[in-house]
Structure formats: structure tokens, C-alpha cells
Design a protein around this ligand. Structure first.
Ligand SMILES: *[C@@H]1O[C@H](CO)[C@@H](O)[C@H](O)[C@H]1NC(C)=O
Length: 153
């Protein structure tokens, strides 16, 4: 039997978009990994990398990500269990990581619980293992869903 968590992850997975690799995923009606994905993997495996050949590459540091995740709504770390203050939009930032959230329904405010927010980001990370991403957390607002993006500040 499917738990509500699994259903949530499934729905979120369909809504998540990996900004770092948009060409890899076609999200509707289900996730399809095209041939080019395997070609890219093969290319990476068979070519050497010269780090000096690129500049300005943005990366999101894992530690920054975790801090930024708990930085939404003025901070939800520690004993705080939900987004307070009923904002329509909020951000969470630390170093290389910036989350931007907005209630999808106009007039709605964000009151997402910490558990739901962490669950949402975990599910999105399952689809987009690294880098920037965007998606929609199911629920988490006074009405409707909460859209998010993760990128560099
Ligand atoms: C958010 O608001 C909705 C609508 O008022 C409510 O049903 C829900 O329980 C609230 N969620 C949290 C975590 O407070």
C-alpha cells in the first residue's frame, strides 16, 4: 500500500525541475530519460577534465544548502516547527544557496511545517541530486501549494 509520504514524493517528483540539467528530464506525463542522457554520461566517462577551461561555474555547497533550508521564514531551526509570520513569499539563504518560496495561490500565505518542507526538499533532491532546482511542495500554505526555487544568491 502507498503511504501518504510516498504519494507526496511521487507528486513532488513530477513537479520538480532540475535547472542544472533541464534537457535530461521530460516531466509529463512521467519521467523519461532520453538517449542523450546516456551519451552525456559516456562522454564524461571517456574525456579528461581541464579545470582551467571554465570560469564562473556556480555550485551549491552542501552545508550552505542545509543552513539555507532552515533559514526560510526568518528561520525554522531548532524547536521551531513551522513557518511563522504567514508570509506570501520568503527566502532562505546561506553562502552559495538561496531558496525562494512563494504561495502559489494568490492571497494565500505560507505556513509550511518544517517536516513537510524537509520532506519536499528531500523528494526534490531525489529527482535533482545536485545543483539548482525548482518545484512545488504539495500543500504548505493557507490554501494550495508552495513553489520554490533553489539557486545561487
Ligand atoms: C496552514 O493553514 C491551513 C489553513 O488555515 C491549515 O489547515 C493548516 O493546518 C496550516 N498548517 C500548519 C502547519 O499550521
Amino acid at each position: 500500500m502507498l503511504s501518504s509520504t510516498m504519494i507526496l514524493q511521487f507528486i513532488l517528483a513530477l513537479a520538480a525541475v532540475c535547472l542544472a540539467a533541464p534537457q535530461y528530464l521530460h516531466l509529463a506525463p512521467r519521467v523519461i530519460v532520453p538517449q542523450s542522457h546516456y551519451e552525456v554520461l559516456r562522454m564524461r566517462a571517456s574525456t579528461t577534465v581541464d579545470p582551467s577551461a571554465v570560469t564562473g561555474v556556480n555550485n551549491i555547497v552542501f552545508h550552505d544548502l542545509n543552513v539555507a533550508e532552515l533559514g526560510i521564514c526568518g528561520g525554522i531551526a531548532g524547536k521551531i516547527t513551522k513557518c511563522g509570520g504567514a508570509p506570501a513569499t520568503t527566502t532562505g539563504q546561506s553562502g552559495t544557496a538561496l531558496f525562494k518560496l512563494n504561495a502559489v495561490n494568490s492571497g494565500a500565505t505560507i505556513n509550511i511545517s518544517k517536516g513537510r518542507w524537509e520532506q519536499c526538499i528531500r523528494a526534490a533532491r531525489a529527482v535533482c541530486p545536485t545543483g539548482s532546482m525548482s518545484g512545488t511542495c504539495i500543500g504548505g500554505a493557507s490554501a494550495g501549494n508552495v513553489a520554490f526555487t533553489l539557486g545561487n544568491p
